[in-house]
Design a protein around this ligand. Structure first.
Ligand code: NAD
Ligand code: LMR
Length: 338
């Protein structure tokens, strides 16, 4: 039998449902892995996004605590929490955008590929849920190794018959944020004025900053090019080492994920000229997936841009990037097809 408190709460929840359904126009967003280092800050940032009407926070641990906490913020989005595999389907049903930062992070001495064993299975399970419950949602995949988890997701969606290459987006925004920051430091500019295209993938030499295409147009000495390329490629490792066993980038990543998710939502809304770098299905090179600038629209990545003119240093970097990427993509594909 219900108590007056339960009735009061249910009536409040009933009103929240109305708000989520129609009173507050906006998009429905799920975060899978919401109680993690990235997930918690990202939940905070998405709760602050005026384009979000309903925010579903899913994790296998601690989702209720994060949900209770974030739900007290007096911003528009209605927040609901989902805990454990049994609630995955409810978490995903009806979502427009699904952001996936679920999975283990690196410790010093590890490569992103060392995470494959555990994270591949997590991404597979979560993407099977997406196929079943929100096959038309845009997916922002953060879990590492991104160079393999995006091909894994694509294979899961193909198997289920729900694959739309425009809607599967590997998140490489942190590489761009780092590149903008480090280049701005060298040039003595505000990072908000700097735009560095970063192409390829999201691990070591596959992260290829195109310094010849920096805006505003800038020239660098060979030493600056070497320093910047290395620092951008090893930005993740720089944080892993500084955290000394306590994980990898979470705060800058939540910022980057929130920036990318916001761009996806502006695209869905129909805004023009929403352009970000992302690791997507691609015909820019001979590889099935590659990160370049893409234009985000109502149906996802509607246009995948070409690389543009590269200098000799970048052409050599591109060959190295493609060699490693080919193996990582193959490994992801085989994980599902085997
Ligand atoms: P974390 O360990 O702090 O959080 C991960 C969360 O995932 C945990 O709360 C855990 O309970 C949850 N989780 C595990 N299995 C799950 C499942 N089956 N379903 C739902 N949730 C599950 O790690 P983190 O620091 O937040 O990093 C998460 C991932 O993001 C790592 O793989 C990391 O390498 C990656 N990452 C990617 C980028 C990028 O640029 N793409 C940047 C930083 C980190
Ligand atoms: C990053 O670039 O910070 C992430 O991919 C996490 C990592 O392992 O470096």
């Amino acid at each position: 039998s219900s108590t007056p408190q339960m009735e009061a709460k249910n009536s409040v929840l009933g009103r929240e449902n109305c708000r989520a359904k129609g009173g507050n126009p906006g998009f429905k967003v799920a975060i899978l892995g919401a109680a993690g280092g990235i997930g918690q800050s990202l939940s905070l940032l998405m709760k602050m996004n005026p384009l979000v009407s309903l925010l579903h926070l899913y994790d296998v641990v601690n989702a209720p605590g994060v949900t209770a906490d974030v739900s007290h913020m007096d911003t528009g989005a209605v927040v609901r929490g989902f805990l454990g595999a049994k609630q995955l389907e409810d978490a995903l049903t009806g979502m427009d955008l699904v952001i996936i930062p679920a999975g283990i992070p690196r410790k010093p001495g590890m490569t992103r590929d060392d995470l494959f064993k555990i994270n591949a299975g997590i991404v597979k399970t979560l993407c099977e849920g997406v196929s079943k419950c929100c096959p038309n949602a845009i997916v922002n995949l953060i879990s590492n190794p991104v160079n393999s988890t995006v091909p894994i997701a694509a294979e899961v969606f193909k198997k289920a018959g729900t694959y739309d290459p425009k809607k599967l987006l590997g998140v490489t925004t942190l590489d761009v944020a780092r590149a903008n920051t480090f280049v701005a430091e060298v040039l003595g500019l505000d990072p908000r004025e700097v735009d560095v295209p970063v192409v390829g993938g999201h691990a070591g030499v596959t992260i290829l900053p195109l310094l010849s295409q920096v805006k505003p147009p800038s020239s660098f000495t060979p030493q600056e090019i070497e320093y910047l390329t290395n620092r951008i490629q090893n930005g993740g490792t720089e944080v892993v080492e500084a955290k000394a066993g306590a994980g990898s980038a979470t705060l800058s990543m939540a910022y980057a994920a929130s920036k990318f998710a916001d761009a996806c939502l502006r695209g869905l809304r129909g805004d023009a000229n929403v352009i970000e770098c992302s690791f997507v299905a691609s015909q820019v090179t001979e590889l099935a997936f590659f990160a370049t600038k893409v234009r985000l629209g109502r149906t996802g990545a509607e246009e995948v841009y070409q690389l543009g003119p590269l200098n000799e240093y970048e052409r050599i970097g591109l060959e190295k990037a493609k060699e490693e990427l080919a193996g990582s993509i193959q490994k992801g594909v085989e994980f599902i097809r085997k």
